[in-house]
Design a protein around this ligand. Structure first.
Ligand SMILES: [Zn+2]
Ligand SMILES: [Zn+2]
Length: 163
């Protein structure tokens, strides 16, 4: 599997580099860095946020087996006030936002980003939400829930990952 990582807005090159390596190691995929988008598409002036669905549509035009966008902007998907990320279930494109993951602790921020990236990429493999809180595919509605869950797939989802 070839994954293309696309930085959007103010995500640092160091963060993208780190995430690429970490995803390669954990998924066994090859990760390449795509061209960065300076301006995030999908701005909705009524909400002051960016549409995750518009982002997915933009990303789905990039060529790779999977495309993961990482944006620094706040994103939403109806009917939710915000989302940490969104993906096409069983599709190619996924997006995560660092906006609500930020914190003073570097390691904690990175761990949150990794979990959300693994979660959304899991959706592109057709995985649905997991009832196990230990699984990275469990649904997170708050940052506390992101911190709580593991950065690992449960045994059932790990099998699905290996195909
Ligand atoms: Zn999800
Ligand atoms: Zn699971």
């Amino acid at each position: 599997m070839r994954l293309k990582l696309v930085g959007i807005g103010g995500v640092s090159a160091a963060t993208l580099e780190w995430l690429c390596g970490e995803l390669e190691r954990r998924l066994g995929w090859r990760c390449i860095r795509g061209e960065t988008l300076q301006v995030c598409p999908g701005y909705n002036p009524l909400r002051g946020q960016y549409s995750a669905e518009v982002l997915l549509w933009t990303l789905s035009k990039r060529h790779a087996d999977r495309v993961l966008g990482v944006t620094s902007e706040d994103i939403y998907a109806e009917p939710m006030n915000f989302v940490f990320g969104l993906a096409e279930l069983g599709g190619r494109a996924a997006v995560v936002s660092t906006f609500r993951l930020r914190c003073g602790e570097h390691e904690r921020f990175r761990s949150r980003l990794l979990k959300e990236a693994l979660h959304e990429l899991g959706h592109t493999l057709g995985m649905r939400h997991c009832l196990s809180r230990a699984c990275v595919m469990s649904f997170s509605n708050s940052i506390a829930e992101v911190d709580e869950k593991a950065a690992e797939f449960c045994s059932r989802h790990a099998r699905k990952l290996r195909g």
